[in-house]
Ligand binder design. Structure first.
Ligand code: UDP
Ligand code: MG
Length: 332
């Protein structure tokens, strides 16, 4: 079946009231627990008439363990589970974007597979959205006591930096646990941006929003996939995607350097005139090393933006979909 016909059939296919996007990377340890906890919550929403239909869109982000096998197994008994498999590991944000591009829900929630975001909160989010008539409901981590000391400190530093550079519309402690309307999903999908950091992109769209507080739980099983290198990557993507403030570091460093050079020149001239010229190894060394470091930093910052422009220009998608179980259901 050609791509155009498939897309046509997919859009003609009935939409659902709620899509729940769950990015998964090597989550075999937590998957059975996750399904056992999420399913009663969603079936309960249907039973209580909050929604009539739903899909759980598991985005398998190129897992190398038995996650895909377990998902196929789970699907045999849970028809609402839809599995989108990416060809290779594309990262948490790209997996979320893949989910947003394919979900069919009028409302779309995203949550982590490790049960750190309690699925029960989805009910509060739906109620908040309908009661307050908002397009976006953020899950706010009111209690992070189960996170490690290091994680809490780095998270605080991240949100402080984002609020200072990107703007105050960034909600502190709002991760990727949220509910958004179809209008918001379509707005996000229409952005051409690569490496988008959704927790910054969505507030920037300016849709009316509400908040629901929740207690961040401990990971139910398995291990985190956010080592320090990925945290740094997320911070760099967040900054370069939203602000050119770091580029101004070069300007300010240059200005500061010029003032300092002026002062040093005056000092050198006085020293020369008074005949107190000393060998001066330390000052030369410090000046050369200092200027070199600032220059490298500025070139590095420039490089980050040039790199971003380059990947954007190539236009290559940030993920490749290998398989979508909906295509099987549609009888491809
Ligand atoms: N994840 C993903 N791709 C990755 C890394 C993580 O899809 O490359 C998923 C992971 O399976 C989980 C969510 O993103 O559902 C959050 O990851 P994790 O729990 O490891 O991060 P943490 O909560 O420790 O920040
Ligand atoms: Mg987690």
């Amino acid at each position: 079946m050609d791509a155009a016909r498939l897309a046509e059939q997919r859009s003609a296919h009935a939409t659902v009231d709620l899509s729940v996007i769950v990015p998964m990377f090597d989550e075999e340890a937590v998957l059975p627990l996750f399904a056992a906890r999420l399913r009663p919550v969603l079936d309960g929403l249907v039973a209580d008439g909050l929604i009539a239909t739903y899909e759980v869109l598991a985005v398998d982000d190129g897992s190398r363990d038995s996650t895909p096998v377990l998902l196929v197994k789970e699907r045999r008994t849970w028809a609402n589970l839809r599995v989108v498999r990416l060809r290779a590991n594309a990262g948490h944000q790209a997996a979320l974007s893949a989910g947003l591009a394919r979900c069919r829900g009028d409302w779309v929630a995203s949550l982590d597979a490790d049960l750190q975001d309690p699925p029960e909160v989805l009910r509060d989010m739906l109620e908040c959205a309908t009661r307050d008539g908002v397009d976006v409901v953020y899950g706010i981590r009111t209690d992070r006591s189960t996170d490690s000391h290091f994680k809490r400190r780095t998270a605080r530093a991240y949100y402080r930096l984002m609020r200072a550079t990107v703007g105050n519309h960034v909600t502190s402690d709002a991760g990727d646990f949220r509910l958004i309307s179809r209008a918001t999903v379509d707005a996000v999908n229409s952005l051409p941006e690569h490496n988008r950091v959704l927790r910054l992109v969505i507030p920037a769209l300016g849709f009316p929003s509400g908040e629901v507080g929740y207690r961040r739980e401990a990971r139910a099983a398995g291990q985190t996939h956010y080592p320090i290198s990925r945290m740094i990557r997320l911070t760099v993507d967040s900054l370069t995607g939203f602000t050119i403030a770091p580029l101004r570091v070069a300007t300010w460093a240059g200005l500061g350097g010029a003032v300092l050079t002026g002062l040093l020149f005056g000092y050198a001239l006085l020293a020369y005139l008074s005949g107190r010229v000393v060998p001066g190894w330390t000052s030369t060394f410090v000046a050369v090393a200092g200027v070199g470091a600032v220059q490298l930093l500025c070139v590095g910052i420039l490089g980050e933006y040039v790199g971003r422009l380059y990947t954007q220009m190539q236009g290559r998608p940030s993920y490749f979909v290998a398989h979508d179980s909906l295509d099987d259901d549609l009888g491809e």
